[in-house]
Write a new protein. Structure first.
Length: 213
């Protein structure tokens, strides 16, 4: 029984071995591939033979890879023939993750700020929330304004729509509604996106000063 349990653990361990994100080396089973890369000049120097971007017999590239201690990595499996690079696989994955992280860090994150109204919001509260919304838009955030209808107040949907239309009008110099107010359950919503502020270029300002002179 102990031996069988031990054998089971060994088989389970083999199943847990991670599968490469890309086909590499002997996992690539096509007769020909297209070799690309920015390290072909270095590979040529180490092999002592000219290696250029182009189509090669897979066995030749695998042989070169073994001689140099490099991996053959399939980067475009659906191309005809598939495209590969000759590189260190761990370094290849590290560079890929680093570039993806840079792209994510540079991506603009959309911030949505919520402003809540009731169908009977008075003018003082309305003006207060408009001021907050203007600040959000000036900071580049979207504003999601909604009127929440409790209980029987659902009969005042028209009042809620007029309130949101007035809200949109107060903010039209800074933002534009993505769509007209609409009901979702017991809420009527509208999303306002900030407008891009057009900055005067230095060249334009300088030309204006020259005209004044």
């Amino acid at each position: 029984m102990a031996k069988r349990r031990g054998g089971g653990r060994n088989r389970y361990t083999r199943r847990e071995e991670p599968t490469p994100q890309f086909r590499i080396n002997d996992m690539i089973r096509v007769p020909e591939v297209r070799l690309v890369g920015d390290n072909l000049e270095q590979i040529s120097e180490e092999l002592g033979t000219k290696v250029e971007s182009g189509v090669y017999d897979i066995r030749q590239l695998k042989g070169w890879g073994r001689d140099l201690g490099l991996d053959l990595v399939e980067i475009s499996p659906n191309a005809s023939p598939p495209v590969v690079r000759m590189t260190d696989y761990k370094k290849f994955l590290y560079e890929k993750k680093r570039k993806e992280k840079e792209i994510r860090s540079k991506a603009v994150k959309t911030v949505i700020k919520e402003v809540r109204f009731g169908p009977n919001t008075d003018d003082h509260d309305f003006d207060f929330k408009v001021r907050h919304a203007r600040g959000f838009l000036e900071d580049g955030a979207k504003v999601k304004a909604y009127v929440h209808f409790r209980g029987r107040s659902i009969v005042f949907k028209d009042r809620g729509e007029l309130l949101l239309l007035r809200f949109m009008k107060e903010l039209e110099d800074l933002g534009a509604a993505e769509a007209m107010p609409k009901m979702e359950g017991r809420r009527m919503n509208v999303i306002i996106s900030p407008k891009k502020v057009q900055k005067k270029s230095k060249s334009k300002s300088s030309s204006e000063e020259e005209d004044k002179e």
